[in-house]
Ligand binder design. Structure first.
Ligand code: HEC
Ligand code: HEC
Ligand code: HEC
Ligand code: HEC
Ligand code: HEC
Length: 215
């Protein structure tokens, strides 16, 4: 059988050439990946496999965000609801709807619906939903008026500067914990004073040191 590398000595330059080509491809991938709209463009709103509407469900039907995104208070990641959550209602509501066909199929096969990710920080940045939600940062502050989005779009840049703007002056952004999922929340007249008091009482200190957010 013909050997691919007849002699060990010859393999080395070939391998390092392959390495160099691979490296080039990788750095192109890196640039493509990190600078693709997913990471940079406010307004990024990919099409989803099911025309699920937050306007209808979170707005008109006023289903609380946490009914579906039930992990936000306990986990780093907010979850996309499993098909079961949809079927709690859609096994009796709109059972013939064509638009719900992929959901029924997922229910029948056990294969999850392939929702397209909208928000994605680079791997080198650390973020936890639970910490923010429990310290008075509302969904709306970071995700905008989701209840008015037919298709979820990126409302804020999620850039380092954006994170730090709040970490340096959290008193401008916090709201009472019972208002975390409220959409269209209006701050009280005295909110800065109240927030400063809360920040002191609960010693809320968003970090600004590099290692808090970077691995
Ligand atoms: C009935 C279930 C349901 C409710 C209630 C709900 N969502 Fe969602 N949410 C979904 C589903 C399904 C997706 C994935 C499809 C999509 O992006 O539209 C999603 C996606 C999202 C995303 C984008 C996730 C990503 O891919 O980055 C955000 C942000 C979000 N929801 C926030 C909210 C907020 C804030 C509320 C409350 C105002 C809320 N949702 C209420 C089901 C729900
Ligand atoms: C609490 C109940 C409830 C839950 C949970 C729920 N829905 Fe709905 N959904 C409704 C109601 C009510 C309607 C509107 C029915 C109507 O207009 O006749 C609807 C309508 C829809 C429609 C439009 C159907 C059409 O043909 O007009 C889609 C698509 C949809 N839902 C997707 C989902 C998905 C995906 C999930 C899970 C992430 C979900 N829903 C979870 C209650 C729910
Ligand atoms: C301090 C800002 C902030 C707050 C507050 C916040 N989010 Fe997020 N959310 C983000 C960031 C940043 C991401 C991307 C996270 C990643 O890539 O690891 C994200 C991602 C998501 C996702 C996609 C799944 C995931 O974890 O990557 C969903 C769904 C979501 N958020 C829902 C919510 C809901 C619902 C609330 C309110 C209960 C909320 N978020 C509050 C910043 C926030
Ligand atoms: C609107 C305000 C706000 C925004 C925007 C925000 N944060 Fe925070 N962050 C906070 C608050 C408040 C805390 C809680 C501080 C505490 O626990 O004392 C916090 C805490 C943290 C912590 C410490 C977590 C821990 O385990 O103690 C990290 C890491 C962090 N944020 C990362 C981020 C990143 C990354 C972003 C941007 C993608 C971001 N934050 C955006 C307000 C914000
Ligand atoms: C509050 C959280 C937070 C802190 C503190 C923080 N960073 Fe970041 N940093 C981020 C996030 C989030 C990104 C990703 C931004 C993006 O995707 O656009 C990032 C991106 C970066 C990048 C990539 C280049 C860029 O600008 O996109 C570098 C380099 C970096 N940070 C260095 C640092 C250094 C050095 C420090 C300390 C002086 C620091 N960071 C502190 C959250 C933070």
């Amino acid at each position: 059988m013909a050997q691919i590398f007849p002699k060990k000595a010859n393999a080395l330059p070939t391998l390092s050439l392959l390495g160099a080509v691979g490296g080039g491809v990788l750095s192109i991938l890196f640039v493509w990946y990190y600078f693709s709209p997913e990471y940079t463009d406010v307004g990024y709103a990919p099409e989803q496999p099911v025309p699920y509407s937050h306007v209808l469900h979170a707005g008109e039907l006023a289903i609380d965000c946490q009914y579906c995104h039930s992990n936000v208070e306990v986990s780093e990641h907010a979850n996309i609801p499993p098909t079961q959550t949809c079927m709690n209602c859609h096994s009796v509501v709109q059972t013939e709807s064509e638009r719900l066909e992929p959901v029924r199929q997922s229910w029948a096969t056990g294969e999850p619906v392939e929702w397209v990710n909208v928000h994605q920080l680079p791997d080198y940045a650390r973020f936890s939903h639970a910490v923010h939600v429990k310290n008075g940062v509302g969904c709306e502050t970071c995700h905008g008026r989701v209840d008015q989005m037919e298709i979820v779009k990126l409302a804020e840049p999620l850039s380092m500067g954006w994170c730090l703007e709040c970490h340096r002056q959290p008193e401008l952004y916090l709201r009472p914990n019972e208002q975390i999922t409220t959409m269209g929340y209006t701050q009280t007249a005295d909110f800065v004073k109240e927030n400063l008091q809360r920040i002191k009482n609960e010693s809320i200190q968003p970090p600004t040191n590099c290692s808090a957010c970077h691995y």
